[in-house]
Design a protein. Structure first.
Ligand code: ADP
Length: 264
């Protein structure tokens, strides 16, 4: 192709990219506005249900109390889904701010372990975070946003817990080199077929919607996690074998920790 033809092609391509980005932004903004509109009446449902349940409007029978708790449960479920959609829309619209700080890997793993342990216990899963011992005397830090890193790790751990049958195990590991740190979450769960593996990071993709719909989630967790990781200059990847388990790896930039000053 001649140089002038190449220039026309690349101009046309650039135009298409700008168009696609603009349309993406409009869609994401619409989604964000809609999510706000949906949350307002849901808050009202929660408020009035609570008011009735407290007996403010008159005595409440046991049967009515049960119905009200069902309304509250459904309201919370719907609110959770809408919040997830709103988070995703914000990410797509590019309105999420990502902090740049040094984040201690040990703190992330300790915090997420404490948050997840009760759920793992309830499902009789072996939850192994013994890698923490190795971080005792040698601090390891990631460059990124602490809340967002915790959100990603929690999401991967929640999935591992959701998709691993009772009696299985979930193990957390890490790797590091001079420039990056990887946090690995391995489970002995149901696994994902190779043909599905490349799609699971796409928004609203669930391999087995019947199974997942009975639990929480709409198929946005991995899409959000990967976008957040990429916004911090990293990535999330998955390996899996159907029927024997999956490994999700979050890789982020390693913080360059200053060498300790020599004793005078
Ligand atoms: P959600 O969990 O809300 O369904 P995600 O985006 O977090 O959405 O995950 C998308 C899909 O990827 C899940 O519905 C499930 O089919 C599959 N998946 C994710 N993590 C695992 C895992 N650890 N083991 C098996 N399948 C998984």
């Amino acid at each position: 192709m001649r140089a002038d033809e190449l220039e026309v092609t690349s101009d046309a391509l650039r135009g298409k990219i700008i168009e696609a980005e603009a349309s993406n932004r409009v869609k994401a903004e619409f989604l964000a506005t809609m999510s706000h509109e949906l949350r307002t009446p849901l808050n009202a449902i929660a408020g009035y249900t609570q008011l009735i349940d407290m007996g403010v409007r008159g005595p409440v029978t046991e049967a009515q109390h049960l119905d009200l708790s069902r309304i509250t449960r459904s309201q919370r479920h719907l609110m959770g889904l809408i919040n997830e959609i709103l988070n995703f829309a914000k990410l797509e619209a590019g309105t999420v701010l990502v902090a740049e700080t040094d984040v201690d890997v040990r703190e992330i793993l300790t915090g997420t372990k404490e948050m997840m342990a009760p759920q793992m216990d309830r499902k009789k899963l072996r939850f192994d975070v013994s890698v923490l011992d190795g971080l005792e005397g040698s601090p390891l830090a990631i460059r990124g946003d602490e809340d967002k890193i915790r959100q990603i790790v929690l999401n991967l751990l929640t999935n591992a817990q959701k998709f691993t049958p009772e009696g299985g195990s979930v193990e957390v590991g890490y790797d590091s080199d001079e420039t990056s740190v990887s946090i690995r979450i391995c489970d002995t769960g149901i696994g994902i077929a190779a043909s599905e593996l490349r799609n699971i990071f796409e928004p609203f993709v669930q391999v087995n919607p019947l199974l997942t719909r009975s639990t929480d989630g709409v198929g946005l967790g991995l899409a959000i996690s990967r976008s957040l990781a990429r916004a911090m200059g990293g990535d999330v990847v998955a390996e899996s074998t159907l029927g024997s388990g999956s490994t999700f790896t979050l890789t982020l930039r390693r913080a360059t920790v200053a060498a300790p000053a020599a004793d005078a």
